[in-house]
Design a protein around this ligand. Sequence first.
Ligand SMILES: Cc1cc2nc3c(=O)[nH]c(=O)nc-3n(C[C@H](O)[C@H](O)[C@H](O)COP(=O)(O)OP(=O)(O)OC[C@H]3O[C@@H](n4cnc5c(N)ncnc54)[C@H](O)[C@@H]3O)c2cc1C
Length: 402
Amino acid sequence: MPAKRTITVVGGGVIGLTTAYALIQAGHGVTLVERDDHVGEQASFGNGGQLSYRYVRPLADAGVPLEALSWMLRADSPISLKLRLDWHQWRWLTDFLRACNARTNRNNTARLLKLALRGQQALHQWRQEGLDDFLWRRPGKLVVYRNAHKFSKSAKAVSNPQQEQVLTPAECARVEPAFAGLAPALAGGIFSPDDEVADCYLFCQALLKSLQKSENFHLVKGAATLEDDGAGQCRVRINGTPQQTDVIVLAAGLASRAMAQPLGLNLPLYGLKGYSLTVEADPAVLPDVSVTDYDNRVVYARLGQRLRIAAMVDIGALDASLDPRRITSLKRLAEETLPAAGPYSSAATWAGMRPATPTGVPLVGRTQWRNLLLNVGHGALGFTLSGGSALTIQDLVEGMQS
Ligand SMILES: Cc1cc2nc3c(=O)[nH]c(=O)nc-3n(C[C@H](O)[C@H](O)[C@H](O)COP(=O)(O)OP(=O)(O)OC[C@H]3O[C@@H](n4cnc5c(N)ncnc54)[C@H](O)[C@@H]3O)c2cc1C
């Protein structure tokens, strides 16, 4: 069957691949451009693996600036800030501080929740269609709180007690016995039974494998650039060669900001560096439920026979290189919190840059160029929001005038 429209998707991370998948399923023709040799090897590679559909509160919230100041004094601080002589960093931080209030956080949480739940439905559908082999499970997610004030604030924000169950420390230990040793230090927890986990990199590979079965799909290795064609449209070039395409979807993660600059489009994206550890351990000691240690902002997810631990937000990092001090801190935190799954000394280590907007809400939508759509800025929740964002792009493509 001939494709309905031809679409060039720029970027082969989880966002570009899910976008391509949704468009192919809808009968469009897709060229996916990826500059690396393989897809899924940037921010989507070693992430926390949480499909955190219910728990989507953005980092920007009331009290976070003060809390962050107290963290700065800790060597194992969940957030580190390196100020630079860089107006983009200052502007991003100013917009972030502006979003740190309860009302903005509530509104943005509601927007993210809608996108996340749509993504959950999408993934359910795609799995029924045969998408597989990415270590998907639905064990639920438990967020544990050490600080009583933060726990009571989060418990009060629960809007659906079936989907977010407020638990005592003893109940937390029953839900996930691997963390029982932590119970005396806890104020309580919130359990979302429908939350899921999966390996984001394997998900990217599964998407690509499925896409390659379609004659309407083409993967092109190359560096894409964007320019204004002078007639209200955007033109994409791959390795310098202009492409014929009906629609362009920019989904190049953090690199999208530099790509949009020749158009005069100033995307508010900033790279927030994070780290992960992956350990092989005896399955009997691995947690089944995925757990977030809220006060330390560390997430634990079992992916098959391995445990993935992800954490930390470094603001002002220039690239995704591993910082040995942060890795040492993360190993120590994991050792203190879940000693049975260690030793962590031989853990595989990884760092990635979350492509973040100041508000935590991604930019998924139209631009002033009739043929250019954005699917960028998914920050700490790109895996979770990927399906919902892909379907939003599909809706926009289908709503475009031919
Ligand atoms: C430590 C850490 C833990 C995380 N944990 C979670 C989690 O538990 N759950 C969750 O939902 N999210 C999590 N995230 C967030 C999630 O990983 C990201 O939001 C997501 O991977 C972003 O995907 P992306 O496709 O936008 O970017 P990327 O994966 O970076 O993909 C962008 C792609 O575009 C390509 N590209 C760039 N420029 C060009 C060009 N000019 N031409 C062609 N191709 C180009 C790049 O090579 C890359 O492959 C975590 C992130 C980190 C760092």
